[in-house]
Design a protein around this ligand. Structure first.
Ligand SMILES: [Zn+2]
Length: 183
């Protein structure tokens, strides 16, 4: 039985993945390549490859899968909607997924919006397993400072900015600000 970890290559989902692996969970890592108007998805892909390589170097083993979705062709919308749709599609087609772990921490409005999205669409209804994959938020209540402190050199592998300038973080978006405050 596996826990699905939704993984973007950013600080939070990298911390989540590390925590799941440290606790000995059998993990399916799912990276959504979400193509939007910016080049963020390309920078996230690079970050994901770096994080995965570092985790392998640390001796962790896990199943990895990526799914490409072109959000520009679908009219944009919230990232969380695409993530949850992707997670549900996978969970529906596999009997070994018992939980979906999402790397939200308490200070993010997304943590509230995300379960509401699911309640509204009931995407997880019809999962193949004995019960529908449960959504979990293992980082709830933690701070970015705590997450970064535990990660060591994994932090340098991550990319979290929402609106990159070229290949650099913008330094201005909420995610950049939160990381700056945490450092
Ligand atoms: Zn930024």
């Amino acid at each position: 039985m596996k826990r699905m970890v939704l993984f973007s290559g950013g600080v939070d989902s990298t911390a989540l993945l590390l925590q799941e692996l440290e606790s000995g969970s059998d993990v399916l890592v799912v990276h959504l390549i979400l193509k939007t108007e910016t080049n963020r998805w390309q920078l996230e892909m690079v970050a994901c490859a770096r994080v995965i390589a570092e985790l392998h170097a640390r001796g962790y083993d896990f199943e990895y899968m990526d799914v490409t979705v072109d959000a520009t062709a679908m009219g944009g919308g919230r990232d969380s909607w695409y993530y949850i749709q992707t997670a549900a599609n996978i969970a529906r087609n596999r009997e070994d997924i018992i939980a979906v772990a999402v790397g939200f921490i308490d200070d993010e409005a997304e943590a509230i919006a995300f379960p509401q999205t699911i309640n509204n669409t009931e995407l997880f209804r019809g999962c193949k397993g004995t019960s529908c994959a449960e959504l979990t938020y293992p980082l709830a209540g933690k701070t970015k400072k705590e997450l970064i402190a535990k990660m060591g050199n994994l932090f340098e592998c991550t990319f979290s900015c929402r609106v990159p300038v070229g290949i650099e973080p913008c330094g201005q978006c909420n995610t950049c600000k939160a990381i700056k405050e945490a450092l």
